[in-house]
Design a protein. Structure first.
Length: 784
């Protein structure tokens, strides 16, 4: 109560009622805000030009037809006509949203000191809220891009240029760039094509009604060094008469699916509903809480057996303001259901509500909520629900060409590092997409913007396809991209973009994590290691984090095999960070207390990783982790000795770090006790070949591996195989049917090599009792 005390009015009478400021007017009226102090410890005053828009929600019960907003800043301390924006007022008994975009005014710089609203009429104006937003600036533009496609190692760009710009002639240039380059100018970008307009323009195809001329630019190289340009953005410009003007917004190669596929594709029922239709009635007006309306649509489709919920965009929108800013559906928390697709039409925006009373639960403000003796207690884990949540479900999709926009009130990330925490205590931090124990997921073609912590959490999920997602404009720390944890497996990440400040793709093995208090929990007794993941054609800029992060926090599990991170493939990616590939090896919830990240042996296993043909900016390492079967071209190698060499690395015997080939029998390779000893055992040879081995990296020179083995009557084969060429470098047939015996296999390497070393047994018609048991393996370099 008492908010009217902070505002002044000339020509109007102020009062407060039910969280609103009411202004009764009769004639000309000005309503002036308080002076915003220039301190981060008080009322926020937006820093311009990054924050360039004053967003106001009001109800106009007056005859006023226009509302003008004047402002003054630390660099322009006086009001003037030039520093003014205007909006057409709608007379309505409902609240409406208005955007006062100041980007085109000359005073849009410095800190906002004060603003005032000016109008004329009679009646009442009711203000519910205002906020300082970062919106798309008004920029001069010479045309638009219609398509960008790649075929046969070349890229073709098609677009249209305004006739009034085309008359001057000039040159059209296409630049390859990334999300890291924020400037609207071509400076710092790579020019990949430059063609005179007269050569690019399509003769005789002028669009007279729109006064636009089509153009085509061909033969742009698809490849850039070791990677394609699928992970890049592009920008086009027209240069004429000494001026360079953008041609449309930034764009991407759109036929990305021609270069990859969805291995987990599924089809949902054809039933569809539109969230704005009756009986749902979502408004998408940027100021109404549409949570219940959209949730009702989701629940209806779910009860019908599945289908699609459509969020209309701006294709048929007549309101110019909505066309420019998007059709915004204000929400708090949506629960996605099995066999339901949430589809964004172009221009649709799910906008996280900043209003506390909109939430159906009691959210917590700020980034973290303190819990004694627990690290990184982000509110997204311990207090707040995801914007879009799904749990214990299957066959779900989020697709389309819209955005999920988080609350970023007061955030200044991108202005300076000190700006990361600005406004943080006054924001409700929640993860935009949080899925738990959900199978068959498709996420495709939308954007996540202004995220204030992690972007996507996939915990205990399986058969996931995420493609062409754009995660950027991050507005707080802990901006992890794709979080794969709690046993997520079979995940394909195809041509995604992340511009952030923390880990890009999190590959986690995690047993007990005390932070799972709200929408997920630790899956004790279940497989917790991330496995079978493919990352391709993506741009991952993680700043001070890791583009690919191995989080090996599974050491409190009595069986390390259940926490093993394995079968990871990454190729054709642009990876940027201090360490593009690195690990968080020390488990904070096990071992030394209090945790200080100093233990070098408190990590769970990593095996079967392939990281090749990427572009790396930074130094790659996963030390001190000693992984097996880890091949890369970024300087990370497998261990040089057997890990878990006696199958007893954890309290329960297991096959972690060991690779194996099973035949038709599920337990043809297993861990068992033979003769009182824990062993890796191969059996059921009638059903096919079996093998048990590790992938190691050995330096050039002479080597000897020793195996403690017991066999059946047919014996077994020790072998050394070059992983990259498949060549068998050494092999020995052994037989030891009565007891365990030590067998050596010596070999010579002319160069540093990645090798498979182990025991195999070919398929044969032996008795059911025949087996091969490996009790221990060791490796050493020897003199020739």
């Amino acid at each position: 109560r008492g908010q009217e005390h902070f505002y002044t009015s000339s020509g109007g009478a102020l009062s407060e009622e039910s969280y609103t400021l009411r202004c009764k007017i009769s004639g000309a009226c000005e309503l002036e805000s308080p002076v915003f102090p220039d301190t981060s410890k008080s009322v926020y005053n937006m820093r311009m030009p990054r924050r360039n828009t004053i967003f106001i929600v009001l109800k106009n019960l007056s005859t006023a037809a226009k509302l003008r907003l004047y402002y003054r800043t630390t660099l322009h301390p006086e009001y003037c006509e030039e520093n003014c924006a205007e909006a057409e007022l709608i007379r309505s008994p409902e609240f409406k949203a208005y955007y006062f975009n100041l980007s085109a005014t000359p005073g849009c710089e410095g800190r906002l000191l004060q603003f005032k609203l000016s109008l004329s009429g009679s009646g009442e104006l009711i203000l519910r809220e205002y906020s300082f937003e970062e919106e798309k600036p008004f920029l001069e533009n010479a045309g638009e891009i219609l398509s960008c496609t790649a075929q046969d190692e070349e890229i073709t760009v098609k677009g249209r240029i305004s006739k009034r710009y085309a008359e001057a002639g000039g040159v059209i240039s296409v630049y390859a760039t990334t999300m890291r380059e924020e400037s609207s100018r071509p400076d710092g970008k790579e020019c990949v094509a430059s063609v005179p307009l007269r050569h690019a323009a399509s003769e005789g195809q002028e669009c007279a009604a729109e006064e636009q001329i089509p153009f085509t630019i061909e033969h742009i190289p698809l490849r850039s060094g070791p990677i394609t340009r699928l992970p890049y953005q592009f920008a086009a410009y027209l240069t004429a008469n000494g001026r360079t003007i953008p041609l449309g917004e930034r764009f991407y190669i759109e036929n990305y699916m021609d270069f990859d596929s969805n291995p987990y594709q599924f089809v949902l029922p054809s039933y569809q509903v539109c969230a704005t239709d009756a009986p749902f009635g979502a408004k998408g007006d940027a100021c109404t809480d549409d949570t219940d309306a959209i949730q009702n649509a989701i629940d209806t489709v779910w009860k019908q057996g599945g289908g699609t919920v459509i969020l209309p965009g701006t294709a048929e929108e007549e309101n110019e303001q909505t066309k420019f800013y998007g059709r915004r559906y204000r929400i708090t928390n949506l629960l996605l259901r099995s066999r339901v697709e949430l589809h964004f039409e172009k221009g649709a925006v799910l906008w996280q509500s900043p209003i506390y009373r909109d939430y159906k639960y009691a959210p917590v403000y700020g980034h973290d909520m303190a819990i004694p003796n627990v690290n990184w207690t982000h509110c997204l884990h311990v207090a707040n629900l995801p914007t879009i949540q799904c749990a214990n479900s299957e066959y779900v999709k989020i697709t389309g060409f819209g955005k999920i926009r988080s609350v970023d009130t007061g955030a200044e990330e991108g202005v300076q590092m000190l700006g990361y925490s600005t406004g943080c205590p006054d924001r409700i931090h929640q993860i935009p997409i949080g899925f738990y124990e959900t199978k068959r997921i498709e996420l495709r073609d939308f954007e996540l913007v202004r995220t204030n912590n992690y972007h996507i959490g996939l915990y205990g999920c399986a058969y996931v396809y995420a493609a062409n997602l754009k995660l950027h404009e991050v507005r707080c720390v802990s901006g992890d991209g794709f979080g794969l944890s709690k046993g997520s497996h079979h995940v394909a990440l195809n041509r995604n973009f992340l511009q952030s400040n923390d880990d890009g793709v999190v590959l986690s093995g995690c047993y007990f994590d005390p932070r799972g208090l709200v929408w997920w929990k630790s899956r004790l007794g279940k497989h917790g290691g991330t496995r079978h993941v493919r990352i391709a054609h993506s741009y991952l800029n993680s700043g001070g984090g890791k583009a690919l992060a191995f989080i090996t926090w599974g050491t409190s599990d009595p069986n390390y095999e259940c926490q093993e991170i394995s079968d990871i493939t990454a190729y054709d990616n642009y990876l940027i960070s201090t360490n593009p590939v690195r690990a968080w090896p020390d488990n904070p919830y096990n071992g030394k207390a209090p945790f200080d990240n100093s233990e070098t042996d408190d990590y769970s296993p990593v095996k079967s990783v392939r990281i090749f043909n990427n572009k790396y900016e930074g130094n790659c390492t996963i030390a001190p982790i000693r992984a097996t079967d880890f091949l890369s071209d970024c300087g990370i190698y497998s261990a040089d000795d057997f890990q878990n060499k006696d199958f007893c690395i954890s309290r329960q015997p297991n096959l972690s770090n060991w690779s194996y080939k099973k035949n038709k029998k599920k337990d043809s390779v297993s861990v068992r006790r033979i003769g009182g000893k824990i062993c890796g055992v191969m059996q059921y040879f009638k059903e096919g070949d079996t093998s048990l081995y590790q992938g190691l990296h050995l330096l050039a020179g002479a080597h000897k591996c020793t195996f403690e083995v017991m066999t059946g009557a047919t014996g077994a084969y020790l072998f050394v195989q070059n992983i990259r060429t498949g060549e068998i470098l050494a092999e020995r047939h052994i037989v030891s049917p009565e007891a365990f015996q030590s067998f050596e296999l010596k070999f010579m390497l002319s160069e540093d090599s990645d090798l498979y070393l182990g025991v195999r047994h070919p398929a044969d018609m032996t008795s059911e009792e025949d087996f091969t048991a490996l009790q221990r393996a060791s490796m050493e370099s020897v003199e020739r």
